[in-house]
Write a protein that binds this ligand. Structure first.
Ligand code: PLP
Length: 395
């Protein structure tokens, strides 16, 4: 075989979400964009805040051009990393320094770097359903195995009994994602405390470190004053994988960071392993200009009031129509029970009404669908009759 068989396969099979998104583009060309209700993809629908554009203009006009577009240190500009650690410390009361921060091209690269830094072939990494399907791709590439643990019914908090049963001597890490894609669920403080207590107990029992990798592209997208616990304050062996893709509506600019807990076992080696993985994967020096942009926008977020309006409209309307929906405290997805056993069949039926929904089987939750509400509110208003007709077909 001339090429890696597994990678050829991976390259040929587009993710299901992308398939539906591409179908949507084709359909829009055929019948007009206003007649297709595309709820498939998690692309922010509100613009980046004004401070982002103002900062870009200011940097281009006033910052030394060679430095602005030149390489920074492999792990990111020292001043930027210092500003980020100061900001996190001010907000969460942590004790990070610039040497706990590694700048990345968004959450996806943060995750692959951390996973490569810690996972060895044969080891196991736990993820709770529903989980971002790319976790499987990232984990398997390290030679380790993803172990899916089913979450509690309805609340989608961690089922502690199932979690404990899944931990064994091969368990090296646990990935959490709160606010969650696709359920919108935010883990409560109680859930986090129980999870961390259990991990401490298991570290003692097996005599080795077990890491928490917290995937946080949606941290800033929460509604109604919901608190999202900062995991470094609860657990020593924590890697935070942060991204500005959703918080600042910059998914195409590819900027984020890894924060390594200062209380990590062998802290210096942990950061070195992150730097080493970044180097081995070719992820040195995230976009130099965007490092400087986000440094000036640490306190800013996009206008998330639009997502809240969409959440309320969609959740209330679909619930009234008889759909069973998980109440989303954050992110911009509504997680809905398909009205028949087969979520693919349900999404195909939805297509007949020009509704583009995503079956959630690849998130480890067959029987559910994901509705991305990062769209114009008018699209939701216009789509409601189609949702109603779809529900009526199953009555
Ligand atoms: N993790 C989750 C749960 C996501 O939903 C996404 C993107 O949608 C990512 C990671 C990747 O984010 P980024 O664009 O920052 O790489």
């Amino acid at each position: 075989m001339m090429y890696s068989e597994s990678l050829v396969k991976l390259g040929k099979v587009r993710s299901e979400i992308r398939e539906i998104f591409e179908y949507g583009n084709k359909r829009k060309a055929e019948i007009g964009a206003e007649n297709v209700f595309d709820f498939s993809i998690g692309n922010p629908s509100v613009p980046a805040p004004k401070i982002v554009d103002d900062t870009i203009k200011d940097l281009v006009d006033n910052f030394d051009s060679v430095a602005l577009h030149g390489y920074t240190s492999a792990q990111g500009d020292a001043h930027v990393r210092q500003s980020i650690s100061d900001y996190i410390n001010g907000r969460f009361g942590t004790k990070l320094t610039a040497n706990h921060i590694y700048m990345t091209c968004g959450a996806a690269s943060s995750l692959t770097i951390v996973l490569n830094a810690i996972m060895l072939p044969g080891e196991e990494c736990i993820a709770f359903t529903p989980y971002f399907p790319e976790y499987g791709v990232f984990i398997e590439r390290t030679g380790a195995k993803l172990v899916a643990v089913q979450s509690e019914d309805k609340t989608f908090q961690i089922d502690m009994e199932k979690f404990e049963a899944a931990i064994n001597e091969k368990t090296k890490a646990v990935i959490i994602n709160s606010p969650n894609n696709p359920s919108g669920v935010v883990y409560t403080k109680e859930t986090i405390e129980k999870m961390c207590d259990l991990l401490r107990k298991k570290e003692k029992e097996y005599g080795h470190s077990i890491f928490v990798i917290t995937d946080e592209p949606y941290r800033e997208l929460v509604y109604d004053d919901i608190e999202v616990p900062y995991i470094i304050n609860y657990y020593h062996n924590t890697f935070v994988c942060y991204s500005y893709s959703k918080a600042l509506s910059l998914p195409g600019e590819r900027i984020g960071y890894i924060a390594v807990s200062p209380d990590m076992d062998d802290e210096e080696d942990a950061y070195a392993a992150v730097c080493g993985a970044g180097r081995a994967l070719g992820y040195v020096c995230a976009s130099s200009m965007y490092q400087r942009v986000i440094e000036k926008c640490l306190d800013a977020t996009s206008d998330i009031s639009i997502y809240k309006t969409n959440r309320d409209l969609l959740y209330n309307s679909l619930t009234d129509m008889g759909y069973q929906c998980v109440y989303p405290d954050g992110a911009f997805y509504l997680f809905v029970k398909a009205m028949c056993d087969d979520s693919h069949e349900f999404c195909e039926k939805a297509k007949e009404h020009e509704l583009l929904l995503v079956p959630a089987d690849s998130f480890g939750t067959p029987g559910y669908i994901r509705v991305s509400y990062c769209v114009q509110t008018k699209q939701i208003e216009d789509a409601l009759p189609a949702f109603k007709k779809l529900a009526e077909e199953y009555k």
